[in-house]
Design a protein around this ligand. Structure first.
Ligand SMILES: COc1ccc([C@@H]2N[C@@H](C)[C@@H](O)[C@H]2O)cc1
Length: 449
């Protein structure tokens, strides 16, 4: 056990109302929008396949050239209301927006740097427009903030000299002020999503990450911060040197999900996975033919998979420089939304059931006791869905769309739900009720081998 001043401030899940709301929301829309959306992965006629929000480095563009993109930022097709309505139709309950990505450009009129929206042709406070429009649709708004800042002269990747120390301390004060500004000026914001905290400079200043968490929770009571903000006294990140999760939820699953059999440890804490539609594009890229683009169904399965393991799913959209949403993303919002319309109760306020993963899909546990949802993605040719229950649990009924299905106890702690033998376009939901006596006089004997 290490004695830590800047380690985890709590063990176990937060149980306050703000965290229960964040947890129950389950499904969020990530939005990456900044100057990188203007070139969209193409520079001087050359397409760069790496992540579009990294174009400055992949195309080796000088800072002054990149920063002058600010004078072109004038999204004629931007409508915060339209974005919010699309997110509402998709069934997103929260939205996380990049207030400032690694490029350092701020979507709000920050008084701590000139490199912000007020000096663009667009001029208006995009952050306020988005917060107001999404909140008006009943969608919570969270802020992404990159500590890594390519624009700010005092940013350092490491601290190798007294000058580095002095400069980086100025940078940490700048970032602290910006965060306080964000929490103060946008009081309805519910959570802060930190990124760009992996460099040695931040790891050597765990105290600052602790102070930021404390400040945000003072300025904005109930505020939620992700584990990615935090480094402890010894530079340990996400989990402190004693293995305790820092921040309010674990944010290590980026473009990957925990395995439903081997990674069940994540069910012990709150966590969120964030996901790109292409293989690796967060900001807008003009050419999505360069990698696999996930279908609405692939993404819907990830949402259900995440809920089944007690996590939140943050699905990324990368609006174009003109403020338009590309057709692929529109289709995803529409198709996931149509399923969520009828089946959102399987996701919202639902979580890990504690039952063994089965081949046909995922269990989610609603807040109502003695009931479970089966979300079927892989219907067997037999139409018979095997359900292995925890020892002693009995299934009393199974139904789909209110219609009862035959449930057969076939062995010790094993049932078959008799479903239909046909092809479905979308995942099917079966509701199980547990309890009751189970099969009368059933004798199950293990073989002698
Ligand atoms: C491989 O290094 C990185 C560094 C930053 C990222 C950023 N985190 C994601 C949430 C996006 O913001 C991406 O730009 C991704 C990979």
């Amino acid at each position: 056990e290490f004695k830590l001043q800047y380690g985890a401030q709590r063990t176990g899940k937060r149980t306050d109302a703000a965290m229960e709301r964040w947890r129950g929301n389950r499904f969020g829309q990530f939005i990456h929008w900044g100057l990188y959306a203007i070139p969209g992965g193409v520079w001087n006629g050359k397409t760069y396949n790496y992540a579009a929000e990294f174009l400055k480095s992949s195309a080796k563009i000088p800072g002054s050239t990149w920063d002058s993109l600010m004078y072109q930022f004038n999204p004629k097709k931007f409508s915060a209301k339209e974005w919010a309505r699309m997110a509402k139709r998709m069934g997103a309950k929260y939205m996380t927006i990049t207030t400032k990505h690694h490029e350092g450009f701020c979507l709000w009129p920050s008084r701590f740097t000139e490199f912000n929206i007020s000096r663009t042709p667009y001029g208006k406070d995009i952050l306020k427009e988005l917060v107001d429009a999404y909140n008006a649709e009943g969608i919570d708004v969270n802020f992404y903030y990159s500590v890594l800042d390519w624009h700010h002269p005092d940013w350092r990747y490491d601290i190798k000299s007294p000058e580095d120390s002095v400069a980086f301390r100025r940078y940490l004060d700048f970032a602290f002020n910006q965060l306080k500004e964000l929490a103060t000026n946008y009081p309805t914001v519910k959570a802060f999503w930190f990124d760009g905290t992996w460099d040695n400079s931040v790891k050597k200043n765990g105290w600052w990450t602790y102070e930021v968490e404390q400040m945000l929770k003072q300025v904005s009571p109930g505020a939620i911060v992700n584990s990615r903000l935090r480094a402890d006294d010894r530079g340990a990140r996400h989990f402190d040197s004693n293995g305790q999760l820092m921040g309010d939820y674990e944010s290590g699953y980026e473009r990957r999900l925990p395995d439903p059999v081997t990674d069940l440890k994540v069910t012990k804490w709150d966590w969120e996975a964030c996901m790109t539609v292409p293989e690796n594009q967060w900001g807008y890229h003009k050419d999505w033919s360069i990698s696999h683009v996930k279908s609405p169904l692939e993404l819907l399965e990830m949402l259900v998979h995440t809920t089944s393991m007690g996590g939140n799913f943050l699905l990324n959209f990368g609006p174009a420089g003109d403020g338009s949403i590309r057709p692929e993303e529109q289709r995803i919002a529409a198709e996931i939304g149509s399923w969520m319309q009828n089946n959102g109760n399987v996701i919202y306020n639902s979580g890990y059931a504690g039952w063994e993963k089965q081949d046909w899909g995922y269990f989610t546990a609603p807040s109502r006791p003695n009931t479970l949802n089966m979300v079927v993605f892989n219907l067997p040719v037999s139409g018979l869905l095997k359900v292995k229950v925890p020892a002693g649990v009995k299934i009393s009924t199974a139904s789909t769309g209110g219609k009862k299905l035959r449930v057969e106890e076939i062995a010790k702690n094993q049932y078959l739900v008799h479903f239909e033998r046909k092809w479905f376009a979308m995942p099917q939901v079966i509701v199980l009720e547990t309890g009751g006596e189970g099969k009368k006089g059933a004798q199950y004997q293990d073989a002698k081998t």
